[in-house]
Design a binder for this molecule. Structure first.
Ligand code: PNW
Length: 488
């Protein structure tokens, strides 16, 4: 490469982490091995009509048996950090009481293997696989019906966090309490397109609060078990929400969705408040009496980092569009709204090419969010803990998988991260979603987000051209041009 070309490449700060991410239910399989019991996602995926094609995580990428090979693959690709999640029902099958040693041993062995290959592990404690017991088994007379709408689930999470911290804390420094609590609360209990598939706006708001509480209790548990040794954060999926026009109704729609998508979590976590406008907007639905005295001091724990998961921006307007038409909020054509008290807000397709998820490609939302957090949480380092895209990848005749669209997507979004850094955001790393193709929740195996292609028949892994491109970026710390140059 000539000097001029290399001078044109954007250079990331020294020490910037180049990572990849996965989640337990999406890759592990082995759902009834070594004492694991069903999670809400096992139950949901086995319920006809909930997941496309009737797919389940029963086998997934069989990572539970192939983890050594998967770590070697990451090492070959020069991945410097790996964010994975611990399956709660694997280590504490009923969600209460003693831990299962074999479950913990799996993660200890995985972490040891990562460290042996120079890969920094980051543990996500909760990436959506709640033990089914905690959803179903509730004291009779409990009004909330179990799961996250039930306050006790937050205390169960605190206990579980302490168990995992005790088992892995001697070798893991980076911890995320929750992944995308918005999805858990509002897709799980509001629109019902995610497990456990409930459709009750009050349950969704209760769930959001108890997830905030669980985050605070979990952060506290991590720091109690690992004093001074844990870097504790949370992975959010903030919405880069834009008004369709400057009309007052559209600006108000933006404010309302910002409250329900973003401030419902950052309020309690960063400032120890639920904003007045959020309480007022939802007053017809609930009086929020499930928020107890003292809760907002618990939810507001110091954060060592904020994890930003970003895919696509949202465009909203205040008046229902005359045609009705499909929703473009990226949550499918849900019958039930994931927006309690704001189901009249219309979502519009943002400009930009669409990925296989029908999510528009617009990296400017990522720059905006990183700069917003920089202003909102000054001094708190940021990590992009998920970013990536699904495309319709197909192996060629020689088995190679060319995915130039994904390379362009990653190049555009890494450029956006670099721009945020140049404007003052303290972004310390980037985790590509995902290391490999996997179980994409309600879409099953039909959507491929991986940098590595998975043949689900043979479980063969094939790095796509984007994986090789990303390896070059990670090795050099510079953004290579978005082409497949150097490919065989
Ligand atoms: C995130 N939405 O999920 C998750 O953290 C990953 O496990 C997942 O595979 C990835 O993004 C890609 O989808 C989301 O409807 C699922 O807005 C749905 C939505 C957002 C994030």
């Amino acid at each position: 490469m000539s000097d001029t070309q290399s001078a044109a490449n954007l250079r990331f700060p020294p020490g910037f982490r180049w990572g990849a991410a996965t989640a337990a239910y999406q890759i592990e399989g082995a759902v009834s091995e070594d004492g694991r019991t069903p999670s809400i996602w096992d139950t949901f995926s086995r319920t006809p009509g909930k997941v496309l094609g009737g797919d389940t995580g029963d086998v997934a990428c069989d990572h539970y048996h192939r983890w050594r090979d998967d770590v070697r693959l990451m090492a070959d690709l020069g991945i410097g950090a790996y964010r994975f999640s611990v399956s709660w029902p694997r280590v504490q099958p009923t969600g209460r009481g003693p831990a299962v040693q074999r479950g913990l041993d799996f993660y200890r062995a995985l972490v040891d293997e990562l460290l042996a290959h120079g890969i920094t592990p980051m543990v996500t404690l909760y990436h959506w696989d709640l033990p089914q017991e905690l959803e179903s088994a509730f004291p009779s007379g409990s009004p909330a019906g179990g799961g996250w709408p039930e306050r006790d689930t937050a205390y169960r999470f605190e206990e579980y966090a302490g168990i995992v911290a005790g088992a892995l804390g001697d070798r893991v420094e980076w911890w995320a309490t929750l992944n995308e609590p918005w999805c858990s609360a509002f897709l799980g209990y509001g629109s019902g397109v995610h497990a456990p598939g409930r459709t009750d706006p009050v349950a969704a708001l209760r769930a959001a609060h108890h997830l905030n509480l669980a985050h605070g209790l979990g952060a506290w548990a991590l720091r109690t078990v690992l004093p001074g040794r844990a870097q504790v954060g949370v992975c959010l999926n903030p919405s880069a929400v834009r008004p369709l026009t400057d009309a007052p109704a559209d600006l108000d729609a933006r404010r309302r969705i910002d409250a329900l998508a973003n401030r419902v979590f950052t309020g309690p976590m960063l400032r120890g408040t639920y904003d007045h406008d959020l309480l007022a907007d939802t007053a017809r639905i609930t009086d929020w009496s499930f928020v107890h005295d003292g809760d907002l001091a618990v939810t507001r724990q110091p954060l060592d980092f904020i994890g930003v998961n970003y895919y696509s921006p949202a465009v909203v307007s205040g008046s229902a569009d005359a045609a009705g038409g499909p929703r473009h909020d990226g949550h499918g054509a849900a019958e039930h709204s994931p927006w309690p008290g704001a189901d009249d807000v219309s979502f519009h397709r943002a400009p930009g090419e669409l990925t296989a998820m029908d999510w528009p490609v617009d990296p400017t939302g990522l720059t905006d969010l990183l700069l917003e957090y920089t202003a909102e949480a000054p001094g708190v380092p940021l990590l992009v803990t998920e970013n990536g895209a699904a495309y319709d990848d197909k192996p060629g005749a020689a088995g190679q998988v060319h995915d130039p669209d994904r390379i362009r997507y990653l190049h555009g979004h890494l450029t956006a991260v670099h721009e945020a850094i140049m404007s003052g955001a303290d972004v310390r790393g980037y985790f590509l979603w995902s290391l490999m193709d996997n179980f994409e929740w309600a879409y099953g195996y039909s959507k491929r987000f991986g940098a590595v292609y998975v043949d689900y028949g043979t479980q063969a892994r094939t790095p796509k051209s984007s994986a090789r491109w990303y390896a070059r970026v990670a090795a050099s710390g510079e953004l290579a041009p978005p082409d497949e140059e150097g490919e065989d």
